[in-house]
Design a protein around this ligand. Structure first.
Ligand code: ADP
Ligand code: MG
Length: 249
């Protein structure tokens, strides 16, 4: 499989002096289910924001499917979708309208926008919420709406930043079913961050671990378990904790 996301020596420092990314090197293969793990404040959301062009990098390079964001920002924006916890959505707007507006924004015709809206509400089990204002949705439904909004234009790469926070177990299971289907049937590359390591363990096939703005592991999940625990039958959770502890010593 060829690399789809290529990141080289990427750095980002916030205006208050926080060095959030300190020379990130990373490759994510086309069609991968990739997960970026790391403690709170490690730099995961910052990396996603830079890769999705929501935030300017300071130095280094990256490309997505060979597209250089410096010259072709809008091309990247059409190629990717992003669902993050702080996605801006109008809390006073109804679910179905938000999906239709977003579809139109990405250039779908009125008819296509309508059918895409129906399709996504159906997929994400939001049909019953269609007339509800986004602001009054439960946490889990809001996260599903974020995801549906990220998919209106059928992106090749889907960035999910802690997508299952606030979902009940059934919603969570349903959500992963949808994401796995996207990954396996439509070959959408998944770039996930999560603090639920059992989810990463179950669904992802490649991972990187970021600590304090630096990638400290990059490879397969079983490779990580073997490296840390000398066995790939341990849980990712155990190996992760062991790895983090060895760093804080
Ligand atoms: P993660 O998503 O892994 O929890 P973040 O990327 O959100 O980490 O944050 C990385 C670092 O950058 C943290 O130290 C955080 O406090 C800091 N940071 C994040 N956003 C901002 C911001 N807008 N301004 C200043 N510092 C920020
Ligand atoms: Mg984050």
């Amino acid at each position: 499989m060829e690399a789809e996301i290529v990141v080289s020596n990427l750095t980002k420092c916030y205006s208050n002096g926080t060095e959030a990314l300190r020379g990130i090197n990373l490759e994510v293969k086309k069609g991968a289910f990739f997960t970026l793990l790391g403690p709170n404040g490690a730099g995961k959301s910052t990396l996603i924001k830079v890769l999705t062009t929501l935030l300017e990098k300071d130095a280094g390079l990256f490309s997505i499917d060979g597209i250089n964001p410096e010259h072709e920002k809008s091309k990247i924006q059409r190629y990717i979708g992003v669902a993050s916890q702080d996605n801006e959505i109008d809390p006073g707007e109804k679910v179905e309208n938000l999906l239709t507006f977003q579809s139109r924004l990405f250039g779908l015709s009125t008819a296509d926008a309508k059918s895409r809206t129906e399709e996504l509400m159906d997929t994400f089990q939001l049909s019953e919420q269609r007339k509800k204002k986004a602001g009054i949705l439960s946490g889990g439904n809001k996260r599903r709406l974020h995801c549906a909004l990220a998919l209106v234009h059928r992106p090749q790469v889907l960035f999910l930043d802690e997508p299952t926070v606030g979902m009940d177990p059934q919603a969570r299971a349903n959500f992963w079913e949808i994401i796995n289907l996207l990954n396996q049937k439509e070959y959408t590359t998944i770039f996930l961050t999560t603090q639920y390591l059992d989810e990463a363990d179950k669904h992802a096939n490649a991972m990187a671990l970021i600590l304090d703005g630096k990638i400290e592991y990059d490879g397969t999940i079983s490779g990580f378990k073997n490296l840390v625990s000398q066995s790939d039958s341990t849980s990712l959770d155990d190996s992760y904790l062991k790895f983090i502890q060895s760093f804080s010593k």
